[in-house]
Write a protein that binds this ligand. Structure first.
Ligand SMILES: [Zn+2]
Length: 634
């Protein structure tokens, strides 16, 4: 489906027509890149000629534009270099490598000429950003041509892109061309390349790469001049070099990789989507042979659960320094065990949903980009390699009876993730997630926050609005916001719409703060009014409010579940009986009140135990105060 056809809503003065969509007055900028790249495989340098049509769908007059020049990060003294020399826990792949880089090894992009509206314009290089003041502004609705000539050098592989990675892949070409910065409702985003993350303008690419005939290329999009094999260009015997012509539509970035030893395997799925695998065949990459069958299952599962992959092709390419996602392609290292290979493949593929298609501003919402992707990865990996979680709650040794009462539910792969978050939340390093990805004080806080706490965000949503509603909301969000730039507020609105539950408080406490969840059983007493009734007083120990479940176990073996929603939710998740003899909704709990008294229609001597959050629906940081044994069985 072409974005451009829907783009009718966004053209010229028609941008206000977007109110017809779910997104009130939403607009976004648009690009069309045409690039000619001449790659010299002896000097590792390339000449680029870039014609960029930029369409200003914003209501604003633009007096300047910015480009990313990512490769300039790989020069001594760059912001990436300095950040890694000064941060408490430098990125292990970067460390002090940039400090000692030689001239022949460094990376750079040198813009030689830039023409705007047919005239040469001055430009200013500030590290990894090019600033271009415009002699004539770009008015709302204008389409302008920015034509650029540049020369660039591919750095040795240090982080993500570069030449000759640790497994010998010749060129990983990611963050490699002068890329226009995004302009949105918050203005320009000229984010220097310090470590992460990426944000681009939606549009179309035509890229013609001319390279020595020994090299094979895989890239974002479709090879337009393919021969019958589908993976090589038609050859011109008269020419010493080949030109690979790639086209991609409705994407916000373009990446490619090249290697003389690539084996490129091509599979056509039942739904017509082509899935490619490009790797150096050999003992170290033997598991790539079974990857297609597994990933075919993963595509089916992800399409059904998270929304249908909308592009015609996807390529898993050996390259890079671990795993990194790009539109329609990922670069992953290939010398891995089967489970590790599948794990990285699933994670990077799922970024097609949470970054590729839902183009989050990764700098602002790293927890959505990595958190949602990690959530889907945990879910899918459990389908591919099912196993029970090994973790047990944090209960003092010797309390065997407690342990037995409060085992984590089998078959829930997220219990381990909760444990990892709890360890982080109890450390001194936690930072609020509403932070620019480069500005976390430590790499540890960025990693645990965005991958783990971000993942717990989605998991816990199941406990708040119900798992089926959450999953339905994820699909609705995917279809309503595909090929756009949704924000955290947009996500919460979608979830409020599918559930009918107010959720602003969840963003406030989980994302904007470092509040923790800890509920406990404070006391229990037999009511003296002649009734068979017991009162249980619950206490919110930590700051964050959360709807809670309380299990009642009776001596006779019956088990009941009580659900206490928060008053600020103005609703509650659908309650299912499940394994219980009964389930009951109790009065809501105002967040202002630290205590809550629940009345149980049983005598104290009938009760075996009371358990808070028996189904592990929340990341309670102290589970050892969640169980009260009223009468021991023996
Ligand atoms: Zn990721």
């Amino acid at each position: 489906m072409k974005y451009w056809t829907k783009g009718v809503l966004f053209t010229g003065a028609m941008w206000m027509g977007a109110v017809l969509h779910a997104q009130h007055c939403y607009w976004q900028q648009e690009v069309r890149y045409e690039m000619d790249i001449d790659m010299n495989v002896h000097t590792h340098q390339y000449d680029g000629h870039q014609r960029l049509w930029y369409i200003n769908h914003s209501p604003d007059t633009l007096h300047q534009v910015f480009y990313h020049l990512y490769f300039n990060a790989f020069r001594k003294g760059s912001m990436m270099d300095m950040r890694n020399r000064t941060i408490a826990d430098p990125h292990p792949k970067i460390g002090d490598k940039i400090r000692y880089i030689t001239a022949g090894e460094e990376g750079w992009i040198r813009v030689e000429r830039l023409r705007y509206r047919g005239k040469d314009v001055p430009f200013y290089e500030k590290g990894t950003i090019l600033q271009v003041p415009l002699p004539e502004p770009i008015l709302p609705g204008d389409t302008v041509l920015l034509e650029m000539k540049y020369r660039a050098q591919v750095p040795i592989q240090i982080r993500r892109s570069g030449r000759y990675n640790s497994e010998g892949i010749a060129y990983t070409m990611t963050q490699w061309y002068p890329k226009l910065c995004e302009y949105d409702e918050h203005g320009w985003h000229p984010t220097p390349y310090v470590g992460r993350e990426f944000y681009g303008v939606w549009g179309d690419f035509t890229v013609r790469i001319t390279i020595d005939t020994a090299f094979k290329i895989v890239a974002t999009g479709i090879l337009k001049n393919a021969d019958a094999s589908g993976v090589q260009p038609l050859k011109d015997p008269a020419k010493p070099l080949w030109t690979w012509i790639y086209e991609a539509q409705d994407v916000h970035d373009f990446a490619w990789s090249a290697d003389p030893d690539y084996l490129i395997k091509r599979f056509v799925r039942d739904d017509g989507i082509v899935v490619q695998y490009a790797y150096q065949p050999g003992e170290a990459t033997k598991h790539w042979e079974v990857l297609p069958e597994i990933m075919d299952f993963v595509f089916d599962y992800a399409n059904a659960k998270y929304g249908k992959y909308p592009y015609p092709i996807y390529t898993f390419a050996q390259g890079g320094d671990g795993g990194m996602e790009y539109p329609m392609i990922t670069m992953i290292t290939g010398h891995r065990s089967l489970e590790s290979l599948v794990g990285v493949s699933v994670h990077e593929l799922m970024h097609s949903w949470y970054q590729g298609v839902l183009g989050f501003n990764e700098s602002k919402y790293a927890w959505m980009d990595e958190g949602f992707t990690s959530y889907a990865t945990t879910d899918i990996m459990h389908q591919v390699f099912p196993r029970e979680p090994s973790s047990a709650p944090d209960i003092p040794e010797g309390a065997k009876e407690l342990m037995e009462l409060y085992l984590p539910p089998a078959d829930n792969p997220f219990v381990k993730v909760l444990d990892r978050y709890i360890e982080y939340a109890n450390s001194p390093y936690e930072e609020a997630l509403c932070r620019h990805a480069d500005h976390f004080r430590t790499n540890y806080a960025y990693g645990m926050g965005s991958y783990i706490k971000g993942q717990v965000f989605l998991y816990q949503l199941g406990g708040i609005i119900g798992e089926a509603q959450r999953d339905r909301g994820l699909r609705k969000f995917f279809y309503e916001w595909q090929f756009k730039h949704p924000t955290d507020e947009d996500f919460i609105r979608t979830m409020e719409k599918v559930s009918g539950i107010q959720l602003d408080w969840y963003l406030e406490y989980w994302i904007h703060r470092t509040s923790k969840i800890d509920y406990a059983i404070d006391s229990l007493w037999q009511e003296r009014d002649g009734q068979a009734a017991t009162a249980v007083r619950l206490v919110r120990v930590e700051e964050m409010p959360f709807p809670i479940d309380v299990e009642l176990r009776l001596i006779d073996g019956r088990r009941y579940l009580y659900h206490i929603p928060l008053r600020i939710m103005f609703g509650h998740r659908p309650l299912e009986k499940g394994q219980y003899d009964g389930v009951q909704l109790l009065d809501d709990w105002p967040w202002t009140n630290p205590y809550y008294v629940m009345k149980l229609p049983f005598r104290e001597d009938e009760i075996q135990a009371i358990i808070i959050d028996p189904l592990y629906k929340m990341a309670d940081v102290r589970r050892n105060n969640n169980v009260l044994i009223v009468n021991s069985e023996n």
